[in-house]
Every structure is written in structure tokens, then in C-alpha cells.
Design a protein around this ligand. Sequence first.
Ligand SMILES: Nc1ncnc2c1ncn2[C@@H]1O[C@H](COP(=O)(O)OP(=O)(O)OP(=O)(O)O)[C@@H](O)[C@H]1O
Length: 691
Amino acid sequence: MSQNNDLKQATISLLQQLGLYAQASHLLNDQQSQPFDTLSLNQLLKKHKLSFRVLQFSPQMMAQTSHPCLFIPDNSPAQVIRRRHEHLEQLGNNDQWQPLTAKTGGHILIVDSLPTDKQNTKAFAHELSKKTKWYRPVFWLSLLASITGLAVPLFTMAVYDRVIGGQSPSVLPTIALGAALAISILVSSRLVRAKVLANTSNRFARDLSNLTFDRLLSMPLTVLSRVGLSNHISRMRNAEKMRVLLSGPAGTGLVDVPFTLIALVTIALLSGWLVVVPLSMLALFYWVMKLTNKFTQSASPTISSDYQQSLNELAKNLLQVKTSGHNEGWYVKFCRQCREHCRQNFIYAKRSGLNAAVAHAMSLFTALVTVFTGIFLVLNQSISPGALIACVMLIWRITGPAQLAFSSSQKITMVKSAAEQFDRFMTASTEHNELRLDLPDTSQAPQLSFQHLTLRYSADAEPALSGISVDIDAGENVAIIGPNACGKTSLLLAAIGVVESQAGFVTINGKNLKQYDPQALRQWAAYSPAQADLLPGTLADNIRISMPSASDEELINALYAAGGAALFDALDNNIHCELFKNGHSLLSPVESGYISLARALLKQSQLILLDEPIANQNPHAKAQLLETFAKLKGNTTVLFTSHDADLIQQADKVIILDKGTVVYAGPVPDPSAPNSENSENSQLPQESSHG
Ligand SMILES: Nc1ncnc2c1ncn2[C@@H]1O[C@H](COP(=O)(O)OP(=O)(O)OP(=O)(O)O)[C@@H](O)[C@H]1O
């Protein structure tokens, strides 16, 4: 723990030294994100948009630094260090710089750039540029492979001209030995290069995946739901495309293309102006392949995403499809899409085949034209027959990579569009775009206020909330009620900023919600959705996600407080019971509801928001929740939506919504009162609707 504190303290000092005082005091005041380890440090710096690298420490590498750095030695506390001319300095306890004493092993976090509002529109290229460390070995290995690749044609030439032409078989063993040596170097350098490329592509793909996932998590919910699931999946697959391209044959072909220059220079040295032939053929190769590629690309399947979408829909709605008995409609729709999918893929595959055949024919044609032109030079005795044979062999070293690169052109196009998509995605706004660093006061129940809040999910939709103005006192238990789709869930989500209003605002303890660090706010507030999702894992894993440090006993207590005693009993009182079998949840939606409620109660937060907490649950669960509510009264602000009369009756305040507007906000009206006929009371459920 003390190591963690040291790291946190050093990070605060680093932020101060970088001039990021607001960020430093945010971290100083943040008591929630304990323990503060290297993972927390990584997330924090990303959140504050600092560009950084973590490397093995060596004093020489400090020459690259322009900002103070964080030195994390293996066996001693982290320190802020900096380069001053030729010397390294560490920040002492009194905030004074002094010479660095420990120069032993450890890691160094180098800050490359400070947060900027400028959006990086070339995020993909920027990420790729970070991999420069790998370019050098790939370059040298490719050069070695290209030079040793000359051996076979040159040795063949020597055999023709010296052994056969010169009648001196004694040089043959030397030539054979030289050829064997060159081939073994060629093979080994190619093997090592393949390993380096696989390593680079995997690291690059991993970095892209991490960035994409981090970005998805930090985007506003409204943007995420507007874009749709299939788009998110396709974004996550971008990384896979890069992995396949870089480590596959297309990547190898592309890397080899510049090295064809070595073969061209050798042809020029061996045969003089004969090099013009392969050069002109390469130009012709390029134009022909450009045309055929265009022809192939014009047939790229356009239905793939619709087809994938309908498969996802079918998988999601299997129960409804089966129970409705109307399989026919789905079947017909699926068959139609499947037929079209196959037709488009067939045309595309046919054209890709044509592409590959044309590329192959162009390679053969280049070799043939070189042979026919070269024969005249041999007959003129301008070059030896061995030189002509060597030139023809070298032609394959030029057309091979070109053919590979051209035949993989659809993969290159795919990666190009993936890069563009990635760049666009990285410029989308996130919840961290503005500096939101205030932390909620976690020591007491908060007071909430909605001020003229208006919220639409899309520009052409009716507002889900319209001009909502209502105050909620600290520690109040508030029931939000009203007909379906009147905006109850939206109001709960707006209270913790998960959906953002277009007009009006929400305050917590008098401070606009937009000032709070969204992550810290939601880590503190407890929200239980109406439909709970379970994650593959045990009962304990599922409850613990809201508070990873909770003990098993705390999990069980939270489950009991949520009314889940019967569920726990059914699971043999085993908190480590697996909830999934063959990828499917073993629990019903109602049983999942207990887990969702337990997650919220486990946090012991002073702000609890529950969306239909006991819908369809048994009477015991309701009694338990009433008891839990009674305990929370006064010291926790609770907002819940419900249609249950008993739950509503115990509330301190009721907010009645209709079509997104407040029709009543105040104490729960007494149903037995003489004016119970009035409009407010008539909205209240008159009897227990559940259980
Ligand atoms: N993610 C969303 N995208 C688009 N529209 C939405 C979204 N969520 C809710 N809505 C719309 O906003 C309106 C209010 O929905 P909301 O879920 O807040 O109502 P509710 O009172 O909680 O409904 P219910 O009682 O059925 O849960 C509805 O018309 C709904 O269709």
C-alpha cells in the first residue's frame, strides 16, 4: 500500500511539475480510486490526454526527454526526475531539484506531449509511427535477404559461363558451397523477419484494440447507442485487419517492393540497357493491375453488413421467433439475403481470380520479353548466356513481390478504410473532452436539483424529458412514477450524467453535474437498471463488479438486502456458483434483478438510483427492500421508479411524470384523503401491483 501511496504522491508531483495543477489536485482529493497502481497511473494519464511512453530506464535515454519524467525503480519509491544539461536531477521532499542518486534498474515514464485541445486527425499514422523501433530490424533483414537472394542467379551464371563455357569443373564445389551458404542466410533472415513482423503486427493490433475499447468506454451513451452495435464490432475488428495484413503475405510483399531496386541494379550491371525491358514491363504491370483492381473492387460485396446484422438479430430474438410460430417470414428474409450475399461474393471471387491470373500472366510475359530481347544481346556477344539466364531469374525477384502486393490490393484497400475509420473514430467527442475534475462529496447524502431539463435522444424525436424542474433534498427517498415511456429511466440516467440534456442542467450539492469527473461520479453513485445484464462468471464475480474490493461476506449481505435470499438458497448458498453454462445465463431476468440490486446496494453509496427495483419479484423480496429503504432513510438519497403502491407509499416524495413533464412533485398524497379524486392522486397506483 505504501508503494501505491508513493506512486500516487510521485504522480501528483509530476503533474504539478508539468503545470497541470487542476489535474494534480483532482488526484490529491480522489480517495475513491484506491489502490493507485501502475494501471491506475496509465488510465489517469490517458484520461488527461498526456502522450507518454514507458521504457526500461537507462540514463542515456533521458537525452530524448523535454519534460520531467517519472522514474519507477524496481526496489524503491517512484520519483520525479528531469534532465538538466548533461545531468539528471530528482525532485526532493522539499520540492527542490537535487542530483539523482539511484541510477539502478527500473522503468521510466517519459511524457512526450502535454494535453492539447487540438484533435489528432491522423491517429492511425501516429500509432504506427510509435513502432519505429521495429522498422530498423525489418529493413536490415530485408536487405540481407535481398542481397543473398542474388546468389542463386549469380551462381547459375557462374556455372554457365565458367564451368560449362570455360570448361573448368574444379570451381563447381566452391560455387555450390557459396550458393548453399547464401541460401541458408536468406532463409534464416526471412524467418527472423517473419517473427519480427508478427511481433510488430500483434503489438500494433493490441494497441489499436486497447485504444478503441478505451474510447468506446469514454464516449457518451447517446452517441454509442446512435451508432449501433455492429459498427462498434466492426471498429474492434480493425485491429484484426492490421494483424492479418502486416504478418500475412501482403505485408511481406509490400516490405519487399522497395528492395526490388537491388535486383534492378544487378540486372543493369549484368546486361546494361536490357534493364529497360523489366522497368517498362513493371510500368505496364502497374497500369494493367490498376485497371483490373478497379474492376474487382467495383464488385465488392455491399450486403455483408446487412447480412451480419440480420444474423445478429436472429440470434438475439430466437425466443420470440420460435414462440410466435411465424418462422416463415424470418426464413424468407434470411434466404433472400443469403442468396444475394452468395451472388455478390461469387462475382467478387470471380473477379479476384481474374486479378490473380492477370498478375501471373504479366509476370510470365515480363520474363518472356526479357528473354527474347536478351537473345539478341547474347547473339551480338554483348552479354554472356549465363548473364541472360541470371537476368531472367532476377525478373522473378521483381515481379514476385509486385504480384503479391497487387493480388493483396483488396486487403490494402480494406486497411486504408480501416485507418480512415479509426482516425474518424478517434476525433469523436468523449466525456473527457472538457476538463471535468470535481469530485463528489462522498461523506454525506447529496442534494439534487433538476433545472429546466430537456432531453431528446435524437433531433427528430419527441423530447423524453421536457423542462423538468424539481429539487430533491439530501437523504430523501423519492419515487418517480408515471405511465410507460413517460421518461422515468431517462430522468434517473440524467441524474448521473449518463445521458446529457440539450437544455437545462442537473446540480448535485449545488454544483453543475458537468463539473464533476464523470467516472468518479458514477463510481460513487449506485445505479441499478430495470433489465440487468449478467457477465459470464460466478455469482460473486457478478456482484463484485460494482466494488472489486468487497469481501464475500459483504457480497452475501448485499444480496440479502436486495431480497435475494431465495435465490441464494436456490444456488446452494454458494457465492462462487457459476451462473453460465455453454455461454448461456442460468438465471431468469427476475433473478438477475436481485443481482443488479445487490450490486447497487453493495456500494453503500449515499446516492442510489433504482429503476423498477422489485418488478415481478416475490413478496419477501418486496418486504426486504422496504426494510432496506427504511434503514437508508435520512442518510442516503434514493431515487427509484416503480409501479408498486407499497413502495411508493413509503417514499418521502413522489415525482409524477407524464410525456416527459412533471405533473406533480411533492409528498406522497394520502390515497384515503377526501381530495384523492384529484388529478395527482389518480396517477398513483391504488393497490399493490406486484406480489
Ligand atoms: N436510447 C434511446 N434512444 C432513443 N429513444 C429512447 C432511448 N431511451 C428511451 N428512449 C425514448 O424516450 C422516451 C422515454 O423513455 P424512458 O425509458 O425514459 O421512459 P420510462 O418511463 O422509463 O419507460 P418504462 O416505464 O417503459 O420503462 C420513450 O419514448 C423512449 O422510446
